[in-house]
Design a protein. Sequence first.
Length: 94
Amino acid sequence: MSLCCARQILAFLNYKAHRNYQPSATNLDLIRARLQEGATVDQCRAVIGRKTAKWKGDAKMEEFLRPATLFNRTKFAQYLGELPATAVKEDPDA
């Protein structure tokens, strides 16, 4: 998946979480890996939106609003599974 999409997702995370994660290989490679596994940009944005809504302002959880947590292979799959079915936008018959 394109580097451009990974950069857009990272920029969205920075915006939502009020952070300044740099577009380094470490951060972008995690995002690109999820995209290569089949996640869409919309799904990545939905995970970011859900987790920032839930964790922002929570002193214990706010630190986990970072690429290493959100786009970790196992955790991302769990977070994706938490999304309402309408947010995932996939055809179950496909």
